[in-house]
Design a binder for this molecule. Structure first.
Ligand SMILES: Cc1cc2nc3c(=O)[nH]c(=O)nc-3n(C[C@H](O)[C@H](O)[C@H](O)COP(=O)(O)O)c2cc1C
Ligand code: SF4
Ligand code: SF4
Length: 437
């Protein structure tokens, strides 16, 4: 039986599934039930400074994007950090940690970008017995307008400075949560690393407006006829999150820096993908908000079963396994050639592949043959782009078949070379030509 116990920067949990800082981790009542359902850890809803609690809107705080089957694909929110008193949160955290010593409990913190504010809150958090802290440099709305959250996370110098303060004023492991609302995620990660962070976690939510009400012309969610940008999360952001995790995992300057992967994790498969790209564990928010705490049970059993099936004995067998396979475009093998193939028994003759290829690709799929509807790939035209695979409504009906070494590519008239050759040495590359001259 696979061992899915997790050790993330010395913080142990029975599995790699943590709830991300958000409404599911807002209070002891939630967190206790989450642990009962099986979550390995939680990052408590972000704490702010002592004083009057933050104020949320009193109307809708979510916008959403759905698939055709009304499945939630993306969620946007304009919620702020916790609106409960700091002392109440701290008391509850202390009690919860006492009741559940084997589960990870992380305190997420966001206070003004001043040394005194961080110095003041850290001992209070440490007192609860929390296993670590997560610095919320990600919140894209509300708090950033006050110089916190993404306002700090978008300035590498501030990140480094705050991380240094935290390392100075607490013994707890420091996890720096990054905002995806930057052009190059490696820069804030490097800054956190330079400041001495123990780990990074990402992504927080993506700046977004999900929709506009065309009767009132107000963006959703609408508060008295006005909308504001919010933070996007859920399955729709997973590709961006995977990319950013991989960028940090393969950056020579941050290689080996532990990463907690966040963004759209809904099934065990999503989690395994984050781990494979270099995350040491994952955090989940939208899936728990959509399907409830018990969604973790499928994640645990799915991951364990897959690991058993593949002979992976522990998480270390998976973590980072895909990272070396992430490369830059110019290093892809241009001698790898694949052609689409349509399984005629599976084809329902809907014609979508033909339209897609005809109108936007390479006119390589027939529509009629001998007066009958018939969809077949013409190999002498197919460039192997796989658009048809992605638009076909029947899973597995169109597959991409690589040409064997020595086979004739009917489109180019050349045989497939056994050699690996990429753009950096291609004769059409002006840089390569210059180097050769
Ligand atoms: C309603 C809501 C409130 C959130 N509040 C916080 C917060 O207080 N602190 C924080 O660091 N992240 C917060 N997040 C972001 C999540 O922790 C997480 O980074 C993001 O939702 C991506 O994960 P997901 O795709 O699994 O939802 C919030 C997300 C949602 C949906
Ligand atoms: S792989 Fe691309 S070019 Fe080939 S048939 Fe499909 S859509 Fe057309
Ligand atoms: S899209 Fe798929 S099912 Fe439809 S015609 Fe093409 S191969 Fe057949």
């Amino acid at each position: 039986m696979a061992d899915i116990r997790n050790n993330f920067v010395g913080i142990k949990s029975p599995n790699p599934f943590w709830l991300a800082s958000a409404p599911p981790t807002d209070k002891a009542y939630n967190v206790e039930r989450a642990y009962k359902a099986g979550w390995g850890g939680v990052v408590w809803k972000t704490l702010g400074e002592e004083g009057p609690p933050v104020v949320n809107v009193n109307g809708p705080r979510y916008g959403a994007i759905w698939g055709a089957d009304r499945r939630l694909l993306g969620l946007n929110n304009i919620e702020l950090i916790t609106d409960r008193q700091l002392q109440l949160n701290l008391q509850e955290m202390k009690q919860v940690k006492k009741n559940w010593p084997d589960r990870a409990l992380i305190a997420s913190i966001m206070v003004p970008c001043e040394e005194a504010s961080w110095k003041a809150i850290l001992p209070l958090v440490e007192e609860t017995g929390a296993d670590g802290i997560e610095l919320n440099f990600g919140c894209p709305h509300g708090m950033s307008e006050r110089g916190m959250g993404a306002a700090v996370g978008q300035v590498p110098e501030y990140i480094e400075m705050v991380v240094r303060w935290c390392k100075q004023y607490t013994r707890m492991p420091v996890i720096t949560k990054l905002t995806p609302n930057v052009t190059d995620i490696r820069k804030p990660a490097r800054a956190a690393h330079a400041g001495g962070t123990d780990a990074v976690s990402l992504i927080n939510t993506v700046n977004s407006i999900t929709s506009v009400n065309l009767d009132t012309f107000s963006p959703e969610p609408s508060i008295d006829g006005k909308g504001s940008h919010g933070g996007y999360c859920g399955p729709a952001v997973k590709p961006m999150a995977l990319h950013m995790v991989a960028e940090i995992a393969r950056d020579p300057e941050t290689r080996g820096l532990p990463i907690s992967g966040i963004g759209g994790v809904t099934t065990w498969r999503d989690a395994a993908e984050f781990l494979a790209l270099g995350a040491g564990n994952v955090q989940v928010c939208t899936a728990a908000m959509t399907y409830g705490f018990k969604v973790v049970q499928e994640m645990i059993s799915g991951l364990s079963n897959w690991m058993d099936e593949k002979g992976h004995r522990s998480l270390d067998d998976i973590i980072g396994r895909a990272t070396p396979n992430v490369t830059d475009w110019q290093y892809l093998n241009l001698n790898y050639i694949a052609k689409a193939h349509i399984d005629q028994d599976a084809c329902i003759k809907c014609g979508r592949c033909h339209i897609a290829c005809e109108d936007t690709s390479h006119q390589a799929i027939t529509a009629m043959v001998d007066g009958a509807r018939h969809f077949e790939v013409m190999e002498d035209e197919c460039v192997g782009c796989n658009l048809c695979v992605n638009v076909c409504p029947v899973e597995g009906c169109i597959t991409m078949v690589p040409l064997e070494v020595g086979a004739l590519d009917q489109r180019t008239g050349k045989t497939v070379s056994p050699d690996y050759a990429n753009w950096t040495t291609h004769p059409n590359n002006p840089m390569a030509r210059q180097a050769a001259e």
